[in-house]
Design a protein. Structure first.
Length: 286
C-alpha cells in the first residue's frame, strides 16, 4: 500500500533558471510565502536583489545545465545540507527556424539544455528523494510537447522527448512517494518569447514558408501572448500540494484547446489503422 505523504510546511525548492520567466515568478512567490528556494542561474548578478532581500531563504547557485559534471557536483553539495522537497526543471529556451536552417551547434545546444539537462537533474536528485521518502519533480515543458508547429522542430524534439522521459520516470518512482508533474504552458509574456528566443540564420529558399510563421509571434507589435506568468507560476506552485500529483497540467485556454484538437485528430487517425495494425500479427494459434 502506498504510504501517505505529509506535506511539509517549510518546503525547500530547487529551481533551475530563476533569472527570468517562470523561474523568477515562482521564486519570488515562494520566498514571499516563507519557503526556501535554491535557484540556479548562469549569471548571479541577475538575482542579486533576491540575495539581498532574502538572505536566509534564497540560496543562489551558478549552474550551466549543459555541464553534467557540474549538475552532479551541485546536487551532491546541496543534499549534504538541505532536504530538497521539490525540483523544478525550468531552465530552457526556444530555437526557431526550419530544420535545414539550424546549425549543428544549435541543434546540440538546445538538446543539451532543454532535454539532457533536465534528465540529468532528475537522475541526480532521485537518490536523495528516495532516501527521505518523498519528493516532487516538476518539469516545465510546453504545449509544444504535444502540438508541433513548423519552424520549431528542435524545440519540439526536446519537449516531446522530456515528456516521454518524465512519464516513464513517474511510474518508476511512484512507490517511493515521489510525484511527477509535467507542466505544459501556452504562450506567456516572458523573456522566452520576447527576449531569449534564438533564431537560426534564414535561407532564401524558406522565404514565405510556414517555417517562418514564428516571426509574427515573436514580434510584440503583433499582439502579446495571453498567458500571465504570475498566474501560471501560482498554479505550478499549488500543484506541489496536490495528491496524487497531476501528471500533466496545461496552462492557458488556447493551449488546452489546441492540445485537445491535436490529440483528437491523432486518435481518429489511429482508429483508421485497425486492419493495418492487425495485418502484421501472426494468425491466431500460430
Amino acid at each position: 500500500m502506498k504510504k501517505e505523504i505529509k506535506m511539509i510546511k517549510n518546503q525547500t525548492w530547487l529551481i533551475t533558471g530563476v533569472s527570468s520567466g517562470f523561474g523568477r515568478a515562482m521564486t519570488t512567490q515562494l520566498l514571499a510565502q516563507g519557503k526556501t528556494v535554491i535557484g540556479t542561474v548562469r549569471n548571479m548578478t541577475k538575482v542579486q536583489d533576491l540575495l539581498d532581500q532574502y538572505p536566509e531563504t534564497f540560496i543562489g547557485r551558478t549552474l550551466d545545465v549543459t555541464d553534467i559534471n557540474a549538475i552532479h557536483q551541485l546536487i551532491d553539495e546541496l543534499t549534504k545540507t538541505y532536504q530538497i522537497d521539490v525540483l523544478v526543471n525550468n531552465a530552457g529556451y526556444g530555437l526557431f527556424g526550419a530544420a535545414e536552417e539550424l546549425s549543428d551547434a544549435e541543434v546540440e545546444r538546445i538538446i543539451a539544455t532543454d532535454l539532457t539537462g533536465s534528465i540529468q537533474m532528475v537522475r541526480a536528485i532521485l537518490p536523495s528523494m528516495r532516501a527521505q521518502g518523498h519528493g516532487r519533480l516538476i518539469q516545465i515543458s510546453s504545449y509544444g510537447g504535444q502540438v508541433a508547429f513548423p519552424g520549431n522542430s528542435m524545440y519540439h524534439a526536446a519537449k516531446f522527448g522530456i515528456e516521454g522521459f518524465m512519464e516513464s520516470v513517474a511510474q518508476e518512482v511512484a512507490s517511493f512517494n515521489i510525484g511527477v508533474t509535467i507542466v505544459e504552458p501556452g504562450g506567456a509574456r516572458t523573456e522566452f518569447r520576447y527576449g531569449s528566443a534564438q533564431v537560426a540564420k534564414a535561407l532564401p529558399a524558406y522565404e514565405g514558408n510556414p517555417a517562418h510563421a514564428f516571426q509574427t509571434m515573436l514580434n510584440p507589435e503583433n499582439g502579446l501572448a495571453p498567458g500571465d506568468p504570475a498566474r501560471m507560476a501560482s498554479r505550478i506552485i499549488e500543484s506541489a500540494d496536490r495528491e496524487p500529483a497531476p501528471l500533466r497540467m496545461v496552462l492557458g485556454s488556447q493551449a488546452l484547446q489546441s492540445t485537445i484538437e491535436t490529440l483528437e485528430k491523432r486518435v481518429a487517425d489511429f482508429k483508421t489503422q485497425t486492419k493495418l495494425a492487425a495485418s502484421t500479427d501472426f494468425p491466431a494459434g500460430e
